[in-house]
Design a protein around this ligand. Structure first.
Ligand SMILES: [Ca+2]
Length: 413
């Protein structure tokens, strides 16, 4: 059931969004947008059943939920399912296309020639492909980057994370970091977001590959968040180290398919958004936002949507019908002071960029941006105070053809 003040929160934001649309000036650039009325109902979880839901401030007192006017520019076109946007400290942004290409965006221009990289045994098939990149915490000095992608051996696929060195003219293989074995012969629920936490450890989100019960099996890596050292070895302080029958790589479990992960700068908390069931496995919807913590069980498939059960973590917020979150990033920068510290989540089926205000470990407000204007949205990144978003209309679920995808940039109006 909905708690009263969360319901009021959603209604308050609906009102703000409507007001903003009414006040919006005519576009001064090629494409302009501002807050849109949420296209889908948002179903906050029952706060009475979650220890993490106390102490929300009222939306009316939270100025950060006020919609901000911004313009949207299309800065790159002709892309093939750009799954990740990874900003580098030198101002470049790496663009990963699912088909296996790394591209460079610099000075708002996409290099015509892909950035050379060789991915051994790489295969883009089903939901797999080249999925994510993250930079080593000391990238500025060691130029090491990590790629997550799917490989195929004997007809079976799995997720690999490998490390490369950025030479300035391409990426050169350094070493394999992780292989999500055993392999599986289906082509779905790879998860495959990667990133370094504030503790310097490498976190990997792995989907359950469509085999629900694996998410609860600590002896299997699927349906988990994993935690590794930068060289791929297993940290001795991982939560299940030494437990009989458990994989030591596991950090959290009970995940269906988390394709969005972001590290909160001020707190180091790991935020994930994951896909809920499609209707084939459980009733459709129930996409989740969670703060992922060591040793915790996020419930799939034992609980889903806003269900609760002792010992299992219910989501901070869930979305029915499905929004299908594809990427997430925290805002830091000077161009949108009102967005400082907000969490952005790009949605595929939801065709929106959601902006969440956060109070402690709670979501205190949500605003839907870009709703139904650009189709499916996959990756979101923040660089130099701008917000970058990629579309994913050519991914087989959208209406776009191969090569139909774009990168958008949000800047102050
Ligand atoms: Ca990335």
């Amino acid at each position: 059931m909905l708690t009263t003040h969360k319901l009021q929160l959603s209604l308050a934001l609906l009102g703000l969004a409507t007001l903003t649309i009414a006040c919006q000036q005519s576009p001064s650039t090629n494409q302009v947008s501002t807050a849109q009325t949420p296209s889908e109902a948002i179903s906050p979880v029952d706060q009475t059943n979650s220890a993490n839901q106390a102490g929300d401030s009222s939306v009316a007192a939270d100025k950060s939920t006020t919609p901000v006017q911004f313009k949207v520019e299309t800065i790159a076109t002709g892309l093939e399912v750009p799954w990740d946007l990874e900003p580098a400290p030198d101002g470049r942004i790496f663009v990963l296309e699912r088909a296996g290409r790394v591209r460079i965006l610099r000075n708002q221009q996409l290099d015509l020639t892909p950035y050379p990289v060789t991915l051994e045994n790489f295969r883009a098939r089903g939901q797999g492909g080249l999925m994510d990149m993250t930079l080593h915490p000391d990238y500025a000095n060691n130029k090491l980057v990590y790629l997550a992608y799917t490989v195929e051996t004997n007809g079976a696929m799995h997720t690999r994370v490998a490390r490369f060195r950025d030479t300035g003219t391409g990426l050169v293989f350094d070493r394999q970091i992780f292989n999500a074995e055993p392999v599986d012969n289906n082509t779905k629920h790879f998860g495959s977001r990667i990133g370094f936490g504030s503790d310097g450890k490498l976190y990997i989100s792995l989907g359950e590959r469509g085999k629900w019960d694996l998410a609860q099996d600590l002896g299997n890596l699927k349906g988990k968040t994993l935690r590794l050292e930068a060289d791929g070895t297993i940290p001795v302080d991982n939560p299940f180290v030494g437990r009989a029958g458990a994989k030591s790589e596991v950090f959290s479990y009970g995940h269906r398919n988390a394709q969005a992960m972001a590290f909160q700068p001020e707190t180091g908390l790991i935020w994930q958004a994951e896909h809920g069931p499609t209707g084939n496995d459980r009733p459709g919807g129930g996409d989740e936002i969670n703060v992922v913590e060591a040793g915790k069980n996020y419930g799939w498939p034992l609980i889903h949507h806003s269900q609760t059960q002792a010992g299992l973590e219910a989501p901070l917020m869930e979305f029915t019908p499905a929004t299908a979150p594809g990427g997430a990033a925290f805002y830091t920068g000077d161009r949108f002071p009102q967005w400082q510290g907000n969490l952005f989540v790009a949605n595929l089926r939801g065709q929106s960029l959601q902006r969440f205000t956060i109070n402690g470990q709670q979501i205190s407000g949500v605003e839907n941006l870009l709703s139904n204007e650009y189709g499916r949205l996959r990756a979101v990144a923040v660089a130099d105070g701008y917000v970058y978003v990629s579309t994913s209309n050519g991914d087989g679920y959208g209406a776009g053809s191969r090569g139909a995808d774009t990168i958008l940039r949000l800047s102050p109006q």
